[in-house]
Ligand binder design. Structure first.
Ligand code: FAD
Ligand code: ZN
Length: 468
């Protein structure tokens, strides 16, 4: 064992350190099994003070630190490199809810709290913590903030960035910045907490955060509407926003190709309509009055949609079980695609007004490049965020198809740039898009990012090789 590892061990104790090759494996591979690292050790400090002591030792020895939460990230941001010289700093043991203030509507959570546990703690106090995504059973708050996670309730409540009032961060120097303020107004200079949110561990280690809570809605109601194309889905979105305002919490789009995948790879899934349609929209309303009130609003919306010729068919969930089944159609798409085989994924965002045009133009360009390509397009339409994935035509091997991955990426991302969008809406840059982003951000913006990195991490020990 190297000397520095021994000194770290003295700080965190036996339970705070994993150095056995096999035991380190789950921390060394990313969620999608695209990146395989080899850490020097996995270090699991139990507090911000221990984290600070570890960072100081690493700074002294110039050892790189890769922060890791639930390791559910999709861009390889939490995976160490293969040099055997980086440590993984797991936040898993910092998992206490430190405080809940139901008058201020805030909850202070340590970085290692699992998202679902934070949601539950809020609910036990009669409050809502609205961040919600399919990996919530294992993703941790520090990871959620470091990736500025989105999810299914962004339309109403915003991204992780919008849900934070304060943070506690261990800086690359090993100092602790206690920025755990719980203020809704604070104009005292630069908003430093926002630097660390979405930084993917490249500027410091978040050890705790003050999160915003909201009143629990009285009822949540879900419907699925069949529409002809993305343009009509957008018309329905405008109608839903006009009629339902703040009650509209989810507006998710998926194509019939997505439905086919879920039906094939999740046996027992029932098709929502007797006939198939080109596109489907899942609408969720959260109501402050009652389930009956939500039902009236949702039926009114779908009725007007049908009158305008937008909605071809619709179903409103009549029970929690039916609501879950409708959500499962949307949430199981990624997993169904994974079961089918590797595919080309794009997590893009666009001005909502330009989505239909983007889809039309990009679909056509890809069809020219690879006739028969299957377009597996779904996403959080209400946020302008599409998971624009590509699969090979039936019968073509996935590996052969993926030889063109780079060409696909450029077609999709160039098109995103043309329509004023972003090549990473919610998953971040990590290792996966670190090079690609250089094509799309101006040298001025990249240079600004480098200056921030240099100022906060002059030794370059915080998650090197990621983001920038
Ligand atoms: P990790 O994967 O452990 O880390 C992610 C990044 O944050 C890494 O760069 C890591 O170094 C850094 N990091 C982690 N903790 C800290 C810390 N305490 N301080 C500093 N840096 C840190 N994402 C969405 O935005 N929306 C979705 O809808 C969504 N759905 C998903 C569905 C599935 C099935 C899966 C597998 C993933 C999904 N994701 C989604 C991606 C992922 O779950 C989120 O990015 C999540 O927020 C990551 O949390 P984590 O704790 O797993 O972070
Ligand atoms: Zn998503």
């Amino acid at each position: 064992m190297t000397q520095v590892v021994e000194r770290i061990l003295a700080v965190v104790g036996e339970t705070g350190m994993i150095a056995d090759r096999q035991a380190m494996e789950p921390f060394s591979i990313d969620q999608r099994r695209r990146y395989f690292g080899k850490p020097l050790a996995v270090v699991r400090p139990a507090s911000a003070q221990e984290t600070a002591a570890v960072v100081r030792l690493c700074a002294e020895a110039r050892i790189a630190i890769v922060p890791q939460g639930g390791n559910t990230g999709l861009v390889g941001g939490a995976t160490p490199d293969a040099s055997g010289g980086q440590i993984v700093l797991s936040t898993a043991r910092m998992d206490r809810v430190r405080a809940l203030d139901s008058v201020n509507n805030t909850l202070t959570a340590e970085a290692g709290c699992i998202l679902a546990n934070v949601q539950r703690a809020a609910q036990d106090a009669g409050r809502l913590f609205p961040l919600s995504l399919a990996a919530e059973g294992s993703a941790r708050i520090g990871g959620n903030l470091s990736t500025n996670a989105g999810g299914t309730a962004v339309l109403r409540y915003g991204n992780a960035r919008d849900l934070v009032l304060g943070v506690e961060v261990v800086l690359a120097s090993g100092e602790i910045w206690d920025g755990l303020r719980s203020l809704r107004k604070d104009n005292t200079g630069y908003d430093l907490k926002q630097l660390f949110i979405g930084a993917e561990g490249t500027l410091g280690v978040i050890t705790a955060a003050v999160l915003k809570l909201f009143p629990l809605p009285k009822a949540a109601l879900v419907a699925l509407a069949a529409v002809e194309n993305p343009a009509q889905a957008l018309e329905l979105l405008a109608l839903a926003q006009a009629r339902c305002a703040d009650a509209l919490t989810g507006f998710e789009l998926f194509s019939d190709a997505c439905l086919s995948l879920v039906l094939r790879y999740f046996p027992g899934t029932v098709a929502p309509f007797r006939e198939r349609h080109p596109q489907y929209v899942l609408v969720e309303l959260c109501d402050r009055e009652s389930a009956a009130h939500a039902q009236t609003a949702l039926e009114g919306l779908l009725g007007e949609g049908a009158e305008h010729g937008i909605v071809r068919d619709a179903v409103v969930a009549q029970s929690l079980q039916q609501a879950r089944a409708l959500w499962a159609l949307r949430e199981n798409i990624s997993e169904a695609q994974a079961r089918e085989g590797p595919n080309a994924k794009h997590d893009v965002s666009l001005p909502i007004s330009r989505i239909a045009e983007f889809v039309g133009a990009t679909d056509a360009a890809l069809e020219r490049e690879y006739p028969g390509v299957r377009l597996v397009t779904f996403g959080h339409l209400g946020d302008g965020n599409l998971h624009y994935n590509l699969a090979p035509p039936e019968g073509v091997a996935h590996d052969e198809f993926l030889r063109k991955a780079e060409a696909f990426n450029h077609i999709v991302h160039d098109s995103v740039a043309r329509f004023g969008g972003s090549i990473s809406a919610e998953h971040g840059l990590g290792q996966a898009k670190r090079e690609e982003i250089l094509r799309y951000k101006s040298p001025v913006e990249i240079d600004l990012m480098r200056k921030v990195k240099q100022a906060l991490d002059p030794l370059g020990i915080m998650n090197p090789g990621k983001v920038i």
